[in-house]
Each structure stands twice: as structure tokens, then as C-alpha cells.
Design a protein around this ligand. Structure first.
Ligand code: 45D
Length: 322
């Protein structure tokens, strides 16, 4: 019997409890564009009182530089329009360029825009803007989230901005392979120990990811293997996974804590591991509670791994099927 991605997606299906993250984003999506920008600004600055992202490296800003330079030269009205176009995913040249950015370059672009707003170089929220009840509601919902969930909401809204370029031919901007490296905030975690887990492919995966050694991580997958990031569809095939990892998995600290392993009749194994992941954007200051659900084929290769955001820290201990 061959393994399918569809059946792999449903292993340990009790992990996917309703998460407050998509619920909050759904509320956000209902706001009009000015309210969305205002919400994000308030959420971002409010969060900034306790945690602020690390300044992106110069290399990453360089990818966003030509847009930032154009925006700096605009009138405040034009600057506001650019932000509205990004939030409403309008088809404009700037919104298209942004749509081609990698996740981390989108974040770096907004980081810099935020700094320019603080300096008064770029227009802040339109003068006379009155916070609507809708914005208040989404802010209240956001306050119920832990910090790891809050930064995920911000990240995902930033990712969704800009013109949807998924149907367009790839742009030459940014250049392929130009994704700059993240500096690790802490030394790589070398020896991996996970309570209840001895599976070499899993231990090897975590070790490789903690060293940004994506070639080593990819070598653990079957050629038709898949990786499913939080709230996304599976990314299928080692080439696609490799590209994704280079763009989005650099500098992550993965700290799996415990797990369970169930051997199936055909010799494949299903494993669920819970633990904490830190992003280089916030370093050791924010931990995200997550689960990995692995399907290992009888030959010991990774056929499927899903990464899920956990709804609460209690779920770190929730390792059974029911
Ligand atoms: O003016 O095993 C606004 C994988 C607009 C790989 C803004 C993984 C208004 C495999 C936008 C607000 C990657 C899947 C300004 C594991 C405005 C694997 C600016 C998981 C100025 C474990 C906003 C990794 C800004 C995970 C600057 C779970 C916002 C990674 C910046 C999670 C927000 C990473 C930032 C997360 C958010 C990173 C920097 C959640 C970063 C979030």
C-alpha cells in the first residue's frame, strides 16, 4: 500500500483544534482597508512595548530598497495610497513588486516603513482617523492571544498584502538565490533529545534545521515527500521544500520537547512531537508552541511532516489521539 499525502494530512488529526489565529485574521479581513492599516499599526506599536522585532540585516533591506526609495520621495497622500494599495492587494507596480517578495523581505519592508513612520519620513495613519468599533473588537481579540500567536497574525497579514502574483510568470526581482542569510541569535542547538522519540529521521531533521543545513534536512525526505507549514497547503517534492526552507526556515531555533511514535502494520511510523520554536525576528523573547506530525515510510524516510501552531501551552502535553 503506498502512502498518500491526503491520508498523511489526517494523522493525529486532533492536533488541529480551532485556533484563534485564523479566527482573528477572519475578523481582520472584514475590516475596510483604512481600518486594517490602523489595526495593524495599533497592534504593532502596542506589541512593541514588550517585544520588538530585530532590525533586518542590510542585505534583506536591499531587496526592498527600490520600493522604499520610491515611497520616501512621495507626498504623504501618495504614501498613504501605496499602503492602501498593498492592504487591498491592488494591481499597481509597487503592489506587484511587493507581491514577489519573500516572506522575510515583506516583513523587512514593513519594518523599515514603520521606522520611517516613527521618524516622520513616511505618513502615519491618516490625520483625523477615528478608530472604528470593528478595529476595537479585533484589537481586543488580539489581546487574548499569546505573543507567539500575535506575531503570527502580524506575519500572516503582511504576507497576504500586495498583488497576488501566484498566477504570474516569475519576476526577476528579487533574483533567484538572493535570499540573504539570517544571523543566528543563539548558538545552534547540537544534540537533540526528545522525550519518547528515537527515530533517526526526526532527530536528524531537527538537528539539520537548527544548523540551517537544508541539504541535510532534504536528504531525509522521500523525493515525493511533503512539508505542510501552519495554515498552509502541503509543499510537495524535495525541490519545492528546499526552496521554501531557504526562504522561510533560516535561523529558526527548534526545541522539541516530547513525542509519541506509533508503528503501523506496513512498517511506516506516525510520530507527533510538541515543542517550542523561536524565530530570528524575535529571538529568545518569543516562543511559539507547535507540533510536528511526521509520517516516516518503512525505509525510514520522511514522507510527510506537518507543522501546527498549538492553541495553548496545555496542548504541549496532549500527545494522544483522543
Ligand atoms: O504601519 O519544522 C504593519 C517551518 C502595517 C519549517 C506594519 C517551521 C502597518 C519547518 C504591517 C503592522 C518554517 C514551517 C507597519 C518549522 C504599519 C519546520 C509593520 C515553523 C509598520 C518548525 C509590521 C516555523 C511589522 C514557524 C514590521 C512557526 C511586523 C515560524 C513584523 C514562525 C512582524 C515565525 C514579524 C513567525 C513577524 C514570525 C517580524 C510567526 C514574524 C513572525
Amino acid at each position: 500500500m503506498s502512502l498518500t499525502i491526503q491520508s498523511a494530512q489526517s494523522i493525529f488529526s486532533n492536533t488541529q483544534v480551532p485556533s484563534l489565529i485564523p479566527a482573528t485574521i477572519a475578523l481582520f479581513d472584514q475590516l475596510n482597508v483604512d481600518d486594517q492599516l490602523a489595526y495593524l499599526w495599533y497592534a504593532y506599536t502596542e506589541m512593541g512595548k514588550t517585544i520588538t522585532p530585530a532590525a533586518p540585516g542590510a542585505a534583506r533591506l536591499q531587496l526592498a530598497e527600490s520600493l522604499l526609495t520610491q515611497i520616501k520621495q512621495m507626498s504623504p497622500e501618495e504614501q498613504t495610497k501605496v499602503m492602501r494599495d498593498l492592504a487591498s492587494r491592488a494591481d499597481t507596480p509597487i503592489s506587484r513588486s511587493y507581491g514577489f517578495f519573500s516572506v522575510n523581505t515583506k516583513l523587512a519592508f514593513w519594518y523599515e516603513l514603520g521606522e520611517l513612520m516613527k521618524q516622520g519620513v513616511v505618513a502615519p495613519i491618516p490625520v483625523g482617523y477615528q478608530m472604528s468599533p470593528g478595529v476595537k473588537l479585533v484589537l481586543e481579540e488580539t489581546q487574548k492571544l499569546d505573543q507567539g500567536q500575535q506575531i503570527t497574525v502580524l506575519r500572516n497579514t503582511v504576507v497576504n498584502m500586495g498583488f497576488d502574483t501566484s498566477e504570474l510568470a516569475p519576476s526577476s526581482y528579487p533574483k533567484a538565490g538572493a535570499e540573504p542569510a539570517f544571523q543566528r541569535t543563539t548558538p545552534a542547538i547540537s544534540s537533540v533529545k526528545i522525550d519518547g522519540i528515537t527515530e533517526p529521521a526526526v532527530l536528524g531533521y531537527i538537528e539539520a534545521m537548527n544548523a540551517d543545513d537544508f541539504d541535510a534536512a532534504i536528504a531525509l525526505f522521500t523525493p515525493d515527500g511533503a512539508l505542510q507549514p501552519p495554515f498552509q497547503k502541503p509543499i510537495v517534492g524535495t525541490q519545492a521544500i528546499s526552496k521554501y526552507m531557504r526562504e522561510e526556515a533560516q535561523g529558526l531555533n527548534m526545541m522539541p520537547q516530547k513525542g509519541i511514535c506509533e508503528v503501523q502494520g506496513d512498517g511506516s511510523k506516525q510520530l507527533k512531537i510538541t515543542g517550542v520554536v523561536q524565530t530570528p525576528w524575535f529571538g529568545v523573547n518569543v516562543g511559539m508552541n507547535i507540533a510536528w506530525r511526521f509520517l516516516i515510510n518503512p525505509q525510514g524516510k520522511i514522507f510527510f511532516v506537518a507543522i501546527d501552531m498549538l492553541a495553548s501551552p496545555q496542548e504541549l502535553l496532549q500527545l494522544t489521539r483522543v
